[in-house]
Design a protein around this ligand. Structure first.
Ligand code: APR
Length: 266
């Protein structure tokens, strides 16, 4: 793997590892890019197949669901089928390994994700989800979580019924929707508080695989910087962002195992 990375990049990884090894409070924000190597298309990738004429931004909104609930529900059921068999990649595994290592090192590593998949959890990480969960549903009217009773637990791929038929809420007859934060909707209060607190108090903020376009999550790096943190970005196509101190312009699945190996060896 090392042979595939340039010596300049390896030097930057060493610099990042040294910085991280010397600090106690780390906040990490992941986006769709960290799951790309697991085979999950990112948001701003062009959609494929049946959905190639739609933009994610046109479907992931409360207005779209009000206008055409069947269309939005079908899209999510399709996305669920795409994601169902996907597994964590070396970037997820490395982060989980780091979190495990901190139990003895005493570092505090808070992992925040914008992703709605559960690949961080599958890898063994503790993670805060800012944008909800792909495997959960709730009522679009009364907000009560919807449990697919015939399939047991309501928060894993195994519990899903992938039918595209709309489901009505047993309590109020509203339509059931994915428990995901759509454009224009507020973030879950507790998750946001965790993220803000971790970003404001960290010494290093690591942004992995996010285009940093969608607020408020995109503002977390700025908040960290304003409070004195150094910023590391890992992105195949780094964002035009002037607040970043160290840029690792490579696939997260290539860089993260190396970075974490260096940190945990310190
Ligand atoms: N390793 C690292 N970065 C990668 C990789 C990879 N293997 N593959 C792609 N990337 C980068 C891309 O260059 C891009 O900057 O990941 C980023 C993915 O960006 P988006 O698709 O915009 O995903 P994200 O930033 O997570 O989107 C934020 O927008 O659609 C909403 O709510 C949705 O959570 C989502 C939010």
């Amino acid at each position: 793997m090392l042979a595939e990375l340039s010596s300049a990049l390896i030097a930057e990884v060493e610099r990042a590892a040294k910085l991280l090894g010397a600090k106690q409070h780390i906040c990490i924000l992941t986006g769709a890019g960290i799951s790309a190597e697991s085979g999950i298309p990112t948001f701003r990738d062009k959609q494929t197949g049946l959905w190639e004429n739609y933009g994610a931004e046109d479907l992931a909104t409360p207005e779209a669901f009000t206008r055409d609930p069947k269309l939005v529900w079908s899209w999510y059921q399709w996305r669920r089928r795409v994601v169902a068999d996907k597994k964590p990649n070396p970037a997820h595994d490395a982060l989980a390994q780091w979190q495990y290592h901190t139990q003895s090192s005493g570092q505090k590593v808070t992992l925040i994700t914008q992703n709605v998949d559960d690949l961080h959890e599958q890898a063994g990480s503790t993670v805060t989800h800012l944008h909800g969960h792909l495997w959960r549903n709730r009522c679009s009217q009364c907000e009560i979580p919807y449990q697919n009773k015939s399939k047991g637990s309501y928060s894993s791929a195994d519990s899903m019924d992938y039918s595209e038929a709309l489901i009505s809420c047993p309590h109020c007859d509203g339509y059931i929707r994915p428990d995901i934060v759509w454009f224009g909707e507020a973030l879950p209060v507790e998750a946001w508080e965790t993220a803000e607190e971790a970003a404001a108090n960290c010494e290093v903020f690591i942004s992995i695989g996010t285009s940093s376009l969608v607020y408020p999550a995109a503002g977390l790096a700025q908040l960290a910087k304003e409070n004195g943190a150094e910023i590391i970005e890992i992105n195949t196509n780094p964002t035009p962002n002037t607040i970043v101190d160290i840029t690792l312009a490579e696939k997260a699945g290539m860089v993260m195992p190396l970075l974490i190996q260096r940190i945990t060896a310190l």
